[in-house]
Unconditional design. Structure first.
Length: 303
């Protein structure tokens, strides 16, 4: 049985399941793009702060003060599993009632964009036993497991039943417009965190941004775990369902002062068109052009 839950409530529960990975010293070139685990000093002067992403400039700075290793937190290993009997790999002709498997491709690359190591697993299980074997095989290499099912069948229930056999799982109905049920908890002997996302790719991506991305950033030990947000003026009026939060895909202007909601919120193409999300609270049902709105920035170059 699922229960209604707000985004902040679910996120708080998810963050309790994960912690920064244990740091270790890495050779300079291997440390590139990882997260710095400790403050770095040149004499008494602080030159690099813990929690920052190690870029080429930090590598050069480390070399200039005589360091050939840096204390880093490793990239989390995230397994992305897509389960559904009628999901077909891209490149293969579709038959009746089949659909192309989308979520694992979308989520695997989203995981890599955060800075984690992602493993994609496409599974077509006939029953819970087969799916359980797939999941347990992945536990040896996973710091986090993400699972999504098909949109129009009972794959979510199959996934839920399977996870309940191997761990402690909670099912919630996320209070986001056009979202759906989610599972989260821990599974296996090492209590590996697991999150189940909706089968609809748009809903799955928004849930990833709001819930899973902060988990990965926490494991990385980064100084900030959330996307940046800002206030901008709305270019045209939009409506929203009462009682739930909405995240409207939109285009933020180059100067960050105005934002335009994309015309169709039902088409998956708007995921690639959007560089931001307009966050609308549960109490706002109608916003007019010129209103100030909160915008979650998806592309780094805009802030």
């Amino acid at each position: 049985m699922s229960e209604a839950a707000r985004v902040d409530e679910v996120l708080a529960s998810l963050l309790e399941l994960c912690r920064p990975l244990e740091p270790f010293d890495m050779p300079l070139l291997d440390a590139h793009d990882a997260t710095l685990a400790e403050d770095i000093y040149a004499g008494e002067r602080l030159v690099m702060k813990a929690g920052s992403r190690i870029r080429s400039t930090q590598i050069g700075l480390a070399a200039s003060i005589g360091l050939d290793h840096l204390p880093t937190r490793p990239h989390p290993r995230v397994v992305v599993i897509s389960a559904g009997p009628d999901l077909v790999e891209p490149g293969v002709p579709l038959k009746a009632d089949e659909e192309y498997e989308t979520n694992s491709w979308l989520l695997t690359t989203a995981v890599r964009e955060v800075g984690a190591v992602a493993y994609r697993v496409h599974s077509i299980p006939d029953d819970e036993s087969q799916l359980q074997d797939v999941i347990e095989d992945q536990l040896v290499r996973a710091d986090l497991i993400i699972i999504s099912g098909e949109r129009h069948d009972d794959s979510f229930d199959l996934i839920t039943r399977t996870l309940e056999k191997i761990g402690e799982i909670k099912t919630v109905e996320l209070s986001i417009e056009s979202s759906g049920r989610h599972n989260f908890g821990t599974i296996g002997p090492d209590k590996t965190p697991v999150v189940t996302l909706p089968g609809d790719p748009i809903a799955a991506y928004i849930s990833f941004e709001l819930l899973v991305r902060p988990m990965i950033r926490t494991m990385l030990g980064t100084a900030t775990i959330h996307r940046p947000s800002l206030k901008a003026k709305l270019d045209k009026a939009i409506t929203s369902k009462s009682g739930v939060r909405s995240y409207v895909r939109a285009v933020l202007s180059e100067d960050g002062k105005s934002v335009t909601p994309l015309s169709s919120q039902d088409e998956q193409a708007t995921l690639s068109d959007a560089n931001s999300l307009i966050a609308i609270s549960e109490s706002d049902t109608k916003l007019s052009a010129g209103d100030s709105v909160t915008v979650v920035v998806l592309e780094r170059r805009y802030i």
